[in-house]
Design a protein around this ligand. Structure first.
Ligand SMILES: [Zn+2]
Length: 570
């Protein structure tokens, strides 16, 4: 039943594009690591029904000419968290800013914006995401996106079954991301508790407390074992957070199917590698998330080009609050803590990188995943950082292609449903104008996203709403990036002086000149004091911090067709 489900669902919602033929395209065969030239791919009702040369079809089939183009499986992010926004206020156990933004508000915000996040994933060609730690409410919300053409396939576990619970998360009801287990019986009971919500797999947070890792790991092992046994009894795979060699080893011996992080405390040896290979365990290295915490909390966050393009602008903009928090002592405390730990962080990073290289070379199944949602690791855009990091660790492009497609499916045991371009799999594919085998930058040359068999233009998947546009330019303003700042404005934008209502600047080129100082300025930050949203208008009460002091004013943005067309600045 589990395997038939996607086929059945796709029949319900893809009638307009019942049949699709992609003609004469180079297929990226990720399983055999080779390109197959001049192929046709036939899709019926969301499923790939034939792959081969010069396929014959009936009339009325939608045809895409793939001549001179490349078709690869849709990308998979094998490690995300939808209960986290990627912004500064999303993990109060890492930095407690609940006075600035209550936790309930942050969680409500991610629920409201889940559609926007999902559209962004699809837009980037990421057609499957695996949420390895969510909440009961997010499991329910997952179901509402199953038949949406714009949404990637979302595979999700419920709350993390944990050996330690940060107290800050205790009272969140059905948005609680943790179930703390103290006994074996509680471990299996928590698996049972999730079953009615139909999790796609079970996740364990195997956290060590105390200096003696070995005895701490063995003390919790019985609970880990109980969860794995109960999950397997119910045909659910088990993903484990185990960042130490000892917890990773014990989890795999106990039957864990998927390690969601690399080992970061010790170099892995040959026996560990052979253990993973013999069990077919998949490992997701998540190389960038730790460094992102450091940069974010140390006040040194810098967005990438992909952040401006794909990330949700609201959490992105929140990253710049760090240096300007009201609690300046807290800011100082974090900066000191980060700078005191640079050497330790670097050491962990280098262990992660060299372990990944060793395991990838030895043939361990590696899946690309970001841990997106954590502070500073933006949904969607961090995928490209992660790929660059995996490449820096020594993985070649073919290994990255495998890790980012079929291996993500393997992580949750769904390689017979998606992850490659072959008969019988879900039609999740991206058509590229440049050869993806020539390098990961080419993976961004997406002309069409074929999502669940539906053909989508990346640019039409998401239209930023008024708030997203206002925050997009705000994030760029706070990052002092002129080009990103003008990006959400229309070509013939009009900028008025709010007090006189006089037109000050007209057109994007004039705007670039007017704001040319942005790229050079040292201290300039805009804090939102208050915001009113009324249809196409966003009215912001802003606090502007400069080297000459603080100023207050009101800015009004008017939005049309996904661009800011008029703005009144103080
Ligand atoms: Zn995670």
């Amino acid at each position: 039943m589990r395997i038939l489900l996607p086929v059945f669902l796709s029949l319900l919602f893809i009638s307009a594009n019942a049949q699709l033929l992609i003609r004469n395209v180079s297929i990226v065969d990720v399983e055999n690591k080779k390109l197959q030239a001049s192929q046709d791919v036939l899709v019926s009702d969301g499923i790939i029904t034939a792959v081969g040369k010069n396929l014959k079809t009936k009339e009325g089939v939608q045809i895409i000419d793939g001549t001179g183009k490349w078709l690869m499986p849709g990308l998979v992010d094998a490690h995300v968290h939808f209960f986290q926004s990627g912004g500064l206020y999303t993990r109060p156990d890492a930095i407690d800013l609940r006075k600035e933004k209550p936790q309930e508000k942050e969680i409500a915000w991610v629920h409201q914006n889940m559609e926007s996040f999902l559209r962004r994933y699809t837009m980037a060609g990421i057609t499957s995401v695996i949420d390895v730690g969510s909440t009961e409410n997010f499991l329910r919300q997952r179901d509402s996106f199953r038949t949406k053409q714009y949404a990637p396939a979302v595979y999700m576990t419920g709350p993390l079954l944990t050996t330690y619970e940060p107290p800050i998360f205790e009272n969140l009801g059905e948005d609680k991301p943790f179930y703390l287990m103290k006994t074996r019986e509680e471990g299996s009971a928590y698996v049972q508790k999730q079953l009615p919500l139909k999790p796609d797999f079970i996740k364990i947070w195997y956290i060590l407390l105390g200096a003696n890792k070995d005895s701490a790991a063995r003390a919790s092992l019985q609970m880990v074992q109980a969860v794995i046994d109960e999950a397997h009894k119910n045909n659910l795979r088990v993903a484990v957070h185990a960042t130490e060699r000892i917890t990773a080893m014990l989890s795999v011996q106990a039957g864990a199917d998927y390690l969601v992080h690399d080992v970061e405390d010790e170099p892995v040896d040959n026996s560990f590698i052979q253990l993973l290979k013999s069990k077919g365990t998949v490992l997701c290295p998540t190389l960038v998330v730790a460094g992102n915490y450091m940069r974010a909390l140390g006040g040194g966050y810098k967005p990438t080009a992909e952040d401006y393009h794909y990330a949700h602008p609201t959490p992105l903009n929140s990253m710049f609050d760090m240096n300007f928090l009201k609690d300046s002592l807290l800011v100082k405390e974090y900066k000191t803590m980060i700078s005191n730990n640079v050497a330790a962080f670097k050491k962990e990073d280098s262990i992660r990188y060299s372990n990944l290289k060793k395991m990838a070379d030895a043939g361990v199944v590696i899946a690309t995943g970001t841990d997106a949602g954590n502070i500073g690791t933006q949904h969607v855009s961090s995928y490209f950082d992660e790929l660059r990091a995996m490449q820096d660790a020594g993985m070649n492009t073919w290994s990255l292609l495998q890790a980012s497609t079929i291996n993500g499916a393997k992580a949750i045991g769904r390689q017979n449903e998606f992850g490659a371009i072959k008969k019988g799999l879900r039609a999740d594919m991206i058509l590229l104008s440049k050869n993806p085998v020539d390098g990961i930058d080419n993976w961004k040359t997406v002309e069409w996203v074929i999502n669940k068999g539906v053909v989508l233009k990346p640019g039409s998947i998401l239209k930023n709403n008024a708030v997203e546009l206002a925050d997009q330019q705000l994030a760029a303003y706070n990052a002092h990036n002129l080009e990103a700042f003008v990006a959400p404005y229309s070509e013939d934008v009009e900028i008025f002086d709010l007090s006189t209502n006089k037109l000050q600047v007209k057109g994007k080129d004039a705007m670039r000149k007017h704001y040319a100082f942005l790229n050079e300025v040292e201290i300039l930050h805009c804090n939102l004091v208050n915001r009113i949203v009324e249809g196409n208008f966003v009215i912001d009460h802003e606090e502007i911090i400069t080297k000459n002091g603080k100023f207050y004013g009101v800015a009004i943005y008017e939005v049309k067709d996904g661009k800011i067309i008029r703005v009144w600045f103080p």
